[in-house]
Ligand binder design. Structure first.
Ligand SMILES: Nc1ncnc2c1ncn2[C@@H]1O[C@H](COP(=O)(O)OP(=O)(O)O)[C@@H](O)[C@H]1O
Ligand SMILES: [Mg+2]
Length: 212
């Protein structure tokens, strides 16, 4: 591999992203690849500090527009300090949420204009676009049930109500439809952790760059 390989995990709360990213990381490591597991918002020291601001507090602590700016400030730091350096060293970067989450949460969910999100994405992400994005899709009620049963959930977004989460789901599916070369929808309600893990592997394995 010359440049590494960048995979983002996207989708609503409780869809199984964090569970599956760990499993994929183990599988790729077992193949001898150097894997970086990271997440957004966060993933670098500065971005984790912004994460604490963005995800905690009352539901209306930030407007969706302010949130977009916080997320993109965090994203820029994460790209500069963690993602791009790892890709430059031919590592596989697995990121639990990335730019599509801003488009879905603050855009489709929060009503921030597509033009504004497009401009942020073009200027901040630049060419650090994932090679592959897995969009974990499942009925909203089931995802929220799973997230609540997990206990440590990110309360600011999970308390926004069913309609918000439905717009979120639709937003992610629109991204997948608009960018079919990059995005694959994973049926996150297909079955148990093993079943979904097999779907993830079937999506990733054939797309990995070949060695040598
Ligand atoms: N395929 C699955 N079937 C049932 N429960 C699952 C499955 N995958 C994950 N879970 C459980 O659902 C909850 C949410 O999973 P998690 O990976 O944290 O989701 P996310 O990171 O997308 O919010 C966790 O308690 C996890 O153990
Ligand atoms: Mg998670």
């Amino acid at each position: 591999m010359t440049r590494g390989f960048f995979i983002s995990f996207e989708g609503g709360e409780g869809a199984g992203k964090s569970t599956q990213i760990r499993r994929l990381g183990e599988r790729l490591t077992a193949r001898g690849l150097q894997v970086v597991l990271t997440r957004e918002p966060g993933g670098s020291e500065g971005a984790e500090a912004i994460r604490d601001l963005a995800l905690n507090g009352s539901v209306d602590r930030w407007s969706p527009l302010t949130e977009s700016l916080l997320m993109y400030a965090a994203r820029r730091d994460h790209i500069e300090r963690r993602i791009q350096p790892a890709l430059d060293q031919s590592q596989v970067v697995l990121c639990d949420r990335f730019a599509d989450s801003t488009r879905a949460y603050q855009g489709a969910g929060g009503g921030v204009s597509t033009d504004f999100i497009d401009a942020l994405e073009a200027n901040i992400v630049q060419d650090c676009v994932p090679d592959l994005t897995l969009i974990f899709d499942m009925p909203v009620e089931e995802g929220l049930r799973r997230a609540a049963s997990r206990g440590d959930y990110e309360a600011r977004f999970e308390s926004k109500g069913l309609e918000f989460h439905q717009r979120l789901r639709d937003g992610f599916l629109k991204i997948a439809a608009d960018q079919p070369d990059r995005c694959l929808v994973i049926n996150a309600a297909a079955g148990d952790v093993e079943t979904v893990s097999a779907l993830v592997w079937a999506a990733v394995e054939p797309r990995l760059p070949r060695h040598g």
